[in-house]
Design a binder for this molecule. Structure first.
Ligand SMILES: [Zn+2]
Length: 140
């Protein structure tokens, strides 16, 4: 392998990492759970020891969850409103429950996906190769 090949070889491919993240598994090994409790990312993977403390998912999972759930639930609610002559309170109750259930289902999966993308693309300190350089720039 030449030095150019070594430079462009991706040892953290994005697609498998994202699929592992969507299953809330460690993006490195895909075996151990990435999350403890509901949304707390473990500092290290219990399976392979990968350091996951560098993740900075912030509001990304909540934003994606709102984007998807509202894009799914709103057309369904409008369709149901015109298709069936339901009482508005019943309609509100049904679709509120659907919205909450879908949000609780998607939120940890999107968090896993965002952490996996950050790990795969070596963002926010996930790049141990530049760890010394990162510390130098962050101190200044
Ligand atoms: Zn792992």
């Amino acid at each position: 392998m030449s030095s150019i090949d070594a430079h462009y070889t991706d040892d953290r491919p994005l697609q498998p990492a994202v699929l592992r993240g969507l299953r809330c598994k460690c993006p490195a090994c895909g075996q151990a759970p990435m999350l403890e409790k509901f949304l707390k990312v473990r500092d290290t993977c219990p399976g392979c020891g990968e350091d996951l403390s560098h993740q900075r998912a912030d509001d990304g999972p909540a934003y994606l969850t709102m984007l998807v759930t509202l894009k799914v639930v709103t057309p369904l609610m409008v369709s149901a409103m015109f298709a069936w002559d339901m009482h508005p309170a019943l309609l509100f109750t049904i679709f509120s429950a659907l919205l909450v259930a879908l949000s609780l289902f998607l939120l940890p999966r999107f968090k896993g996906m965002i952490v996996a993308i950050q790990w795969s693309r070596r963002m926010h300190g996930f790049d141990e190769r530049n760890d010394a350089g990162h510390r130098q720039t962050s101190d200044s």
